[in-house]
Ligand binder design. Structure first.
Ligand SMILES: *Cc1c(COP(=O)(O)O)cnc(C)c1O
Length: 224
């Protein structure tokens, strides 16, 4: 079931800051995606490769698919023909594989580098040092990496009631974004996105400069 009222109020709220809403539809049926699509939503986020492949096959072709889960290099080929954005890039190996598969499909895939801002064992992502390392390889091989465009950073805050802690984690992501932009992307028109904020913390993320929020349960109800 889709919560149309929440969707409408979110769209209104995000308009003021031109923030993109990614409707996170993992574990929800294609009929729920179709229902939001019929209201006008186009950006959808999925976490699992097989589930995304199945949904893509049966849903309208102008959906903008965001892969937001943990992606293994050997599975990139399954989503490369159609995926628009991959949010969880956490190694140079994965970045190279995305480029290879995008090239094979004669496409460009937009990517986000995932930063581990919560410093919890359960969350994926890189620290700043690892991102700097990745970006120096990227710079050195830029000519061969023409089929990926780095659009920005992605992060997930801790799951906590402590708003101050969440705020600090989003601030860390925003500050790192500025720093990396100055160092590596001053010439790039693409590096301008901060993918941060979920149902429980998107208001804090907006205050810290989010340009893309990834929202699931608020739109589709709780998952099993
Ligand atoms: C599931 C998920 C979301 C959405 O979470 P909600 O709390 O349902 O809004 C956002 N980002 C990622 C990476 C997710 O895995």
């Amino acid at each position: 079931m889709v919560n149309e009222k929440s969707w409408r109020s979110l769209i209104d709220e995000l308009k003021a800051t031109s923030t993109t809403l990614i409707a996170v539809s993992k574990k929800k049926p294609a009929s729920d995606i179709q229902a939001l699509y019929d209201l006008g939503q186009r950006d959808f986020g999925e976490n699992y490769v097989q589930e995304l492949e199945q949904k893509e096959a049966e849903l309208p072709k102008d959906i903008i698919w965001h892969f937001i889960g943990h992606l293994q290099s050997n599975k990139v080929k399954y989503i490369a023909p159609f995926v628009s954005h991959i949010h969880g890039v956490d190694s140079f190996k994965l970045l190279k594989e995305i480029n290879k598969q995008a090239l094979a499909n004669d496409r460009v895939i937009n990517v986000f580098l995932q930063m581990d801002i919560s410093q919890e064992e359960t969350k994926f992502g890189m620290d700043e040092k690892e991102m700097v390392e990745l970006l120096s390889y990227y710079e050195a091989q830029l000519k061969e990496l023409q089929n990926v465009e780095v659009h920005g950073l992605m992060g997930m805050a801790s799951y906590t009631e402590d708003d101050e802690k969440v705020k600090q984690q989003f601030q860390l992501l925003a500050n790192t974004f500025q720093h990396l932009k100055q160092t590596y992307f001053l010439q790039s028109p693409y590096f301008k996105e901060l993918s941060m904020g979920m149902s429980g913390d998107y208001k804090i993320a907006l205050q810290q400069g989010s340009t893309m929020v990834r929202i699931g349960s608020m739109l589709f109800g709780e998952r099993d």
